[in-house]
Design a protein. Structure first.
Length: 475
């Protein structure tokens, strides 16, 4: 017999992680999205407003120069004359500040009349539709962007006005280099976006920390409830903030109520067992002292009644405990070792050897007597029909369940008969001792704990029973 309680863990499954996104992640993403959206909108508004403000200041300079140009322009015999205004940039060639006067032609174009020295014989660019626009906005100023004679970006103001002594209107142009404005706007945009980026990072970090700290008590409460569910604790002991403490108290009240229900159920089960077993024992005793067909019938039916009472009482007791999941935890290696020693002793004339393996930390989330009942019936059944060897392997699947596989080297069981042996009282081999309730008891107790029992073929040649039960400590 190999009692290897070793450190080897069974390899059923791995940790797959929690499904879906957590509440923390959702809150952080939602808050971060709104923060980034607000910061982007703020950045766009600030940069646009700064650029518009800079262009307005540039427009004021253009308006002042235009007014000075209009005042200094005179006509003589219909000829427009504009002395050079006393503005140093307009006197320096390609300085970036220019002025020009023109008159509309019958063909819809413009004929240049005078220009500043800074243009050095070049003309300011005018869009083809400018005369029509100026005519529609007579006396008003129209601004547009263009390229200057030196290739610099210009902001140009154009206005059509009438002069004394002249029937045809005159168009006044004033242009100024907008490179500095655009450079200031780019610099402002860069500084603004860097500042908003840092602000956004700080706000998102603050949201992350706030959500983590704010939800930490809920995570702690969840962990405590999980510990109670796994049998590691009986109650929620920690103190929580005022907003969560009522929830913790209600959970404790629910645990107390569930424990009270379990205790009451156990009392009723015990009372029922005592009330039924005594009359049944009396009937068996009386029937055993008399010979004949009737006493034999009474004795046989009373034994069946006793088996059924034991079966249903065990099932009710297990269901009452398993439904709440708050019972004790049972070390699996200890139970397997005890059962192996006992069943090998029972079948010592047959020379049965039970080879079992289970990790040292594997524990069943339930009461010891239920695990003994389940595994005892399975191993005893395997030993009963084996030739000499029974193999038991147990381990956790990483999903909160333990898997126990019981195999033997016996003749096995045909697939079409496996469902039948799960029924109460079913006995395919009448020569073998027993009541036929073993596998039925295992099936009922396993289902009461939310587990599952399946039968298959073993590579040892006999039957293989695979048992799934709840495990403690997240095995």
């Amino acid at each position: 017999m190999n009692r290897d309680g070793g450190t080897r863990r069974a390899g059923w499954g791995r940790w797959f992680g929690r499904p879906g996104r957590s509440l923390t992640r959702r809150l952080i993403w939602l808050a971060s999205g709104w923060i980034l959206l607000a910061l982007v909108a703020t950045g766009l508004v600030l940069t646009n407003q700064f650029k518009e403000s800079a262009l307005r200041r540039l427009g004021n300079v253009l308006a002042e120069t235009t007014d000075e140009l209009v005042v200094r322009t005179v006509t003589a015999s219909g000829t427009v004359m504009t002395p050079q205004i006393m503005d140093a940039p307009t006197l320096r060639v390609f300085s970036g500040k220019y002025w020009m006067t023109a008159e509309p032609t019958l063909a819809g174009g413009l004929r240049i009349l005078t220009r500043s020295d800074s243009l050095y014989g070049e003309d300011l660019v005018a869009p083809p539709d400018l005369p029509a626009r100026l005519d529609d906005a007579y006396g008003q100023t129209i601004t547009y962007n263009a390229v200057g004679p030196a290739g610099e970006p210009l902001r140009i103001a154009a206005s059509m006005k009438s002069l004394p002594g002249r029937t045809a209107p005159v168009v006044f142009f004033v242009g100024i280099d907008r490179s500095n404005v655009e450079a200031d706007a780019r610099q402002f945009a860069t500084v603004t976006w860097v500042a908003l980026l840092l602000l956004g990072f700080g706000l998102v970090s603050a949201v992350f920390i706030q959500v983590q700290v704010g939800l930490r008590p809920l995570y702690d409460l969840r962990n405590e409830i999980a510990a109670v569910r796994k049998g590691q604790a009986a109650r929620i002991e920690r103190a929580y903030p005022l907003e969560i403490q009522p929830l913790a108290e209600q959970v404790n009240n629910l645990l107390d109520h569930n424990q009270e229900v379990v205790d009451r159920q156990r009392t009723h089960v015990g009372n029922l067992a005592h009330a039924l077993k005594t009359p049944i024992s009396v009937m068996l005793a009386e029937a055993g002292t008399t010979q004949g067909a009737l006493p034999e019938l009474v004795r046989r039916q009373t034994q069946i009644m006793q088996g059924q009472v034991d079966h249903h009482l065990r099932r009710a007791r297990a269901a009452a405990r398993a439904a709440h999941g708050l019972g004790e935890t049972t070390p699996v290696p200890e139970v397997l070792d005890e059962l192996a020693v006992m069943i090998e002793q029972v079948f010592r004339d047959k020379g049965v050897e039970i080879d079992w393996r289970a990790p040292d930390d594997l524990a069943f989330l339930g009461e010891r007597q239920d695990l003994q009942e389940i595994l005892g019936n399975l191993i005893e059944n395997a030993a009963k029909f084996s030739r000499r060897r029974v193999r038991v392997s147990a381990g956790g699947n990483g999903l909160g369940q333990m898997i126990v596989v019981v195999e033997d080297d016996g003749p096995g069981l045909p697939a079409d008969q496996r469902e039948a042996v799960m029924k109460r009282g079913a006995r395919l081999d009448e020569s073998a001792p027993g009541s036929g309730l073993g596998l039925s008891i295992v099936e009922d107790l396993t289902r009461a704990y939310g587990g599952r029992l399946t039968l298959g073929d073993s590579d040892m040649g006999g039957l293989k029973a695979v048992l799934e039960l709840p495990a403690a400590h997240g095995a």
